[in-house]
Design a protein around this ligand. Structure first.
Ligand code: AMP
Ligand code: ZN
Ligand code: FE
Ligand code: FE
Length: 279
């Protein structure tokens, strides 16, 4: 049983349609795949429809952008009731914040002498429901400014770079409560990835666990073996489920294949029994 609980489609900043993503999962031998687009549930119906045809089990999910101790933290939410009003209101607010920061990012780039228009970004984003920095990166690639998303982040739109603007995001504890109220199972995505390690020490994880957190995404490409061992021990101590996922973004994230990090059947079952409501 290969269970990959973290993947993105072009509905956010992946590069394949939900249908193509599910087909790719079938090809990769993935049995269970969570579609966890950033701050949107728009791709879930298509993915679930494709799942039936392609013999992959799709877990509906969201990767919610949140804020904790002034740090960007991502929260995976499995099996949300997509009709839940408070949930959709929170996601809508985050997506509006994503749109509103684009002109600010472009202004920062213009000051650095790089002229990209909002239309360029829109074109790069295609039909994405959730607009992100990777789409600005794609527009920079299309304009010949950089060769790849990686290079765009490293030189222009990563933290501290001229085109970087933080997006507004709900507080992590509020996001945990909102997704849990919508029947979803909240799991911290890559807790020690990209700069959030200090903000998510064991005391913080204990506090989040008391706030309703169900699991930690231990097996993720941002974590080395040492991090994984420590996070697994913390999860055990706090009664949190240790999960794993590839964080696949199609052609948008080099070196990442579907199923390259995964969740054990035992952990998957432990999440499943925490489901609150059938969507
Ligand atoms: P945003 O949420 O719009 O600020 O953009 C964050 C997204 O950019 C995440 O989904 C990451 O997968 C992606 N990302 C972050 N750093 C990089 C990088 N160095 N190269 C490519 N994608 C990145
Ligand atoms: Zn992403
Ligand atoms: Fe993430
Ligand atoms: Fe992700």
């Amino acid at each position: 049983m290969l269970i990959d609980l973290h993947a993105h489609s072009a509905v956010s900043d992946g590069t394949q349609s939900p249908t193509d993503l599910v087909a790719a999962a079938a090809n990769a031998g993935v049995d269970v795949l969570a579609l966890s687009d950033h701050d949107t549930t728009q791709g879930l119906a298509e993915a679930e429809e494709a799942a039936g045809r392609l013999g992959v089990h799709v877990v509906p999910a969201i990767e919610v952008s949140t804020c904790w101790r002034d740090c960007d933290v991502h929260l995976l939410a499995y099996w949300p009731d997509t009709q839940d009003e408070a949930l959709q209101q929170m996601l809508g607010t985050i997506r509006r914040g994503r749109v509103m920061r684009i002109p600010q990012m472009l202004a920062g780039l213009a000051e650095a002498g790089i002229e990209i228009s909002e239309d360029d970004v829109r074109r790069a984003a295609g039909s994405a429901d959730s607009l992100g920095r990777p789409h600005v990166a794609d527009a920079l690639v299309a304009a010949g400014v950089v060769f790849s998303r990686e290079q765009a982040f490293a030189a222009l739109i990563g933290e501290g770079m001229p085109g970087h603007v933080r997006k507004p995001a709900p507080a992590l504890l509020r996001a945990i409560a909102t997704v849990a109220d919508a029947g979803a199972v909240p799991v911290l995505a890559h807790p020690w990835g990209r700069g959030s390690r200090a903000a998510l020490d064991e005391a913080a994880l204990d506090e989040l666990s008391a706030g309703g957190l169900a699991g930690l995404e231990v097996d993720h490409g941002d974590h080395d073996e040492d991090d994984r061992e420590k996070l697994r021990a913390i999860a055990r101590d706090l009664g949190l489920v240790a999960t794993g996922g590839s964080d696949y973004h199609g052609a948008g994230k080099a070196g990442v294949a579907l199923g390259m990090n995964s969740t054990s059947p035992q952990a998957y079952e432990a999440l499943r029994v925490r489901r609150g409501r059938v969507a």
